[in-house]
Structures are given as structure tokens and as C-alpha cells.
Design a protein around this ligand. Structure first.
Ligand code: FE2
Ligand code: FE2
Length: 426
């Protein structure tokens, strides 16, 4: 039996660089992840993992720092070394926020640029957490032997991994030849965790669908990813019978602040459970629990975006919208404001497992709104579909976004031989 933790997007920020004042508070409104609090959160998260003597492997797929500040990297590495001193094997790959990224800090009303590390410097900084133990590597990737019969492929950050696919595919083939299982980790997802995430070009790697098909046919069953700060398990299959699963995990320091624990048995069944990254952390949370604090931060960010809508629209009750469209909203939805309903839907997408399936009042209500507005929907489809094919059928897109098909995002059992994903009742 092999077991390991997956934690990602630590986004540590060395507080002494400057994380307070009006400029910091203004920026915080636009971010679901906590920054000033990262030291307290990470110390609590690492302490929990250190206490678990059953699991001695930790893998971290990138975004170790806020924006690649050298001081933040030094502090993260000290924390990783402390974990190692307690007997944990720690393997990491870099994320987009770790190198060659504009770094900044805050003082009073000012946000100012500070030094960052380059991608070249990153390689040396994290050499001991993967590359030093590698049985094979190229400029971007490495392979380590996680345990008897199990290898881990680590792919450092690149938006386009095409130049490294030959190495990756060769390592998958080599594992097969040697009778080894191989799993992987990489920062940016290959597959979108929600249909709507096919839209932002940086939500997945370049050519994600094609890369996923190649990995599936080569026999790499899965990659653990981060970057999107969401809980999702997304599978694709190929006509040749291959499968590939992208398992995205939320940031340790922002809702859904989760850590996954995985165990693989001798038959190749991988059990995944997800738990909050911390139960508490040393910070004044205005009387909230850690979980409530993360949800508050998440909803504050989403509502900050949604407040760009005219105020009268934001505050419109769902009951009023239904009346305007000549139908009656179910009682449970009538008093809900549009801004709260939208924030709730977005939170459910990111937290996972909380779909509004087709029989729920929310799903039925929204589909009815779209049917009543079919002329507007048709105009919008005509305008948007040439830009992206997912807009060709807006009701289908909205239905999928709400969670028409139930997804299993947090706890599951994956058969690494067949790709079958089964829910795990805790
Ligand atoms: Fe991140
Ligand atoms: Fe990222």
C-alpha cells in the first residue's frame, strides 16, 4: 500500500515584505486566497501532516509563493526541510507564480514592485525536492521512485508542455516496460474542472484536450494539478480505450482550502479523501472558524466581481425575475437576491460535489428563465458561438455548469487499471 498527501498552491508570502495597509486591503478584495495569513495557515497545515505517521510522502504541484519573492521561497524551503527532518519525503514542481512573475508588496496606500526569482534560479532552489532523487529527468520534468512498484512524474511549470511530451511519453512507456505504475503531478490542469473553464486560456495548458488524449493512450492514468484553486476530478477517454484523469486540488490558503490524502493498494485501487487544510490557524478571524473564514473570503471576492453589475440587477430577487417573466418562482428561491444566487453557484463549482442537479429547484428555475428568454438566448448564442463553440447551446452550457451530471470531486476510489471512478462514502 502506498499513501501520500497532495497539497498545493501554498502561495506563501513573507509578511515582513509588506502585507498590510489600504493597498493590501483593496487588493485582498479581489483574491480568494489569504496572503497576510499564509504563515499561520501553512504552519497549521504542515503540523497536521507531520502528525500523521501513516503517510510519509507529500507532493506539492506548484505556486509555493505569492509571486516568487526570494524571501518567500527561502521560508517555504525551510518549512519543507522541517517536514523532511520529521521523516517525510517531499516532492514539488513549480507553478506560474514561482518564477519570472512580477512580485510586489504593500505599504499603506502603496503597492510596489519587489525582486522575484527567475525560473533558472528555481531549479537550484528546489533541486532537493525531486530532481535530486530522480531516476530520469529533462529540463522540465523528473521521475522519482515513490515506493516499490510506483513512480511519480513531476512536470515543472510551462503553459506549453508539447516540447517535453516525447520525454513524458517515453517515461510512461519505460514504467510499463519495468512493471511499474506511474502517476504524475503538474501545476496547470490539462482538463477543465468545469465546462466554463474552457474559456480562460490560462485555466488549462495549451492544447489540453489533445495532450490528455496522448497521455490517455500512452497509459498515464492521472495527474494531480492545482492552479485553479478548485476541487475537481475530471476524466476523458479516447476511442482507443485509453483514459486520463485530472485531479485538481484547492489552494491550502484559500477556499476550498483542502488537502487530499491518497492510498493505492496492490490491485491498483486508489482511494482519495479530501480534508480541510487546517481546522484552525493562529489569526484573528472575527469569531469565524477557519472554514467560515475561507468561505467568507471566497464569497467576498466573487461578490466584488459581481458588483460590477448595475445595483438594481444585483439586488433583484429571484421571485421578481420570475414574475417579470410571467411564472412563479418556488418559495425557497423567491427572496434570494441575484448576487447571492450567482455567488453560491460559483462557490459550488470551485468547492466541488455540490451540484444543482437537474431535479433541484435552482436548476429548474434557471432553465425556465432561459426558456422564457429564448429570443435573447438565441441572439447571444449567435454572437458568442463564433468566438467559442461552447456558447452554441447556452442552456446546455448553463445546465452543465450547474451540475446536471453529478461529479465526484472530493472523495472517490479510482481504479488505475480501468479508470473507473466510484464515490467514496465516508
Ligand atoms: Fe495558485
Ligand atoms: Fe497557478
Amino acid at each position: 500500500m502506498h499513501s501520500f498527501y497532495v497539497m498545493t498552491d501554498l502561495h506563501y508570502f513573507e509578511h515582513s515584505l509588506g502585507a498590510a495597509g489600504e493597498a493590501y486591503e483593496a487588493r485582498s478584495l479581489t483574491d480568494q486566497k489569504c496572503i497576510a495569513e499564509t504563515g499561520a495557515i501553512l504552519d497549521a497545515a504542515f503540523a497536521r501532516i507531520a502528525q500523521d505517521s501513516d503517510t510519509n510522502i507529500v507532493i506539492i504541484p506548484g505556486d509555493h509563493t505569492f509571486n516568487g519573492e526570494p524571501e518567500s521561497h527561502a521560508a517555504v524551503i525551510a518549512k519543507l526541510n522541517a517536514l523532511r527532518a520529521l521523516g517525510k519525503q517531499v516532492y514539488v514542481v513549480s507553478g506560474n507564480h514561482d518564477g519570472d512573475h512580477e512580485a510586489y508588496a504593500f505599504r499603506d496606500a502603496e503597492q510596489f514592485t519587489i525582486p522575484n526569482v527567475t525560473r533558472e534560479e528555481l531549479k537550484a532552489l528546489y533541486h532537493d525536492f525531486g530532481p535530486a532523487q530522480a531516476i530520469a529527468q529533462d529540463e522540465l520534468c523528473y521521475v522519482v521512485q515513490l515506493g516499490e512498484g510506483l513512480r511519480l512524474l513531476g512536470v515543472n511549470y510551462a503553459h506549453d508542455i508539447a516540447p517535453h511530451l516525447p520525454f513524458i511519453l517515453e517515461q510512461v512507456a519505460a514504467a510499463k516496460r519495468d512493471g511499474q505504475r506511474i502517476i504524475g503531478m503538474m501545476h496547470v490542469p490539462v482538463l477543465p474542472g468545469s465546462p466554463i473553464l474552457t474559456l480562460p486560456s490560462d485555466a488549462t495548458i495549451k492544447g489540453g484536450a489533445q495532450v490528455a488524449a496522448q497521455l490517455a493512450d500512452a497509459g498515464l492514468p492521472l495527474l494531480f494539478t492545482g492552479h485553479m484553486h478548485m476541487q475537481s476530478v475530471t476524466k476523458t477517454t479516447t476511442p482507443q480505450g485509453g483514459f486520463f484523469i485530472d485531479i485538481c486540488t484547492g489552494s491550502v490558503v484559500g477556499g476550498p482550502a483542502m488537502v487530499r490524502k491518497c492510498a493505492i493498494d496492490a490491485a491498483g485501487r486508489m482511494t482519495i479523501t479530501s480534508a480541510p487544510s487546517v481546522t484552525d490557524f493562529d489569526w484573528d478571524k472575527n469569531g469565524m472558524t477557519a472554514e467560515e473564514y475561507f468561505i467568507w473570503r471566497f464569497e467576498r471576492k466573487i461578490k466584488h466581481e459581481l458588483r460590477k453589475m448595475p445595483r438594481v440587477v444585483q439586488n433583484m430577487k429571484l421571485g421578481t425575475i420570475a414574475t417579470l417573466l410571467c411564472f412563479r418562482a418556488p418559495k425557497s428561491l423567491r427572496k434570494r437576491r441575484l448576487i447571492d444566487a450567482c455567488a453560491d453557484i460559483v462557490r459550488r463549482v470551485f468547492y466541488g460535489d455540490q451540484s444543482y442537479t437537474s431535479e433541484t429547484p435552482e436548476h429548474i428555475f434557471l432553465m425556465k428563465v432561459l426558456r422564457r428568454c429564448r429570443l435573447l438566448v438565441r441572439i447571444a448564442q449567435k454572437k458568442l458561438a463564433p468566438k467559442n463553440a461552447i456558447f452554441a447551446d447556452l442552456p446546455a452550457l448553463v445546465s452543465a455548469l450547474l451540475g446536471k451530471d453529478v461529479k465526484i470531486d472530493n472523495h472517490c476510489v479510482i481504479d488505475l487499471n480501468t479508470g473507473e471512478i466510484a464515490p467514496l462514502e465516508l
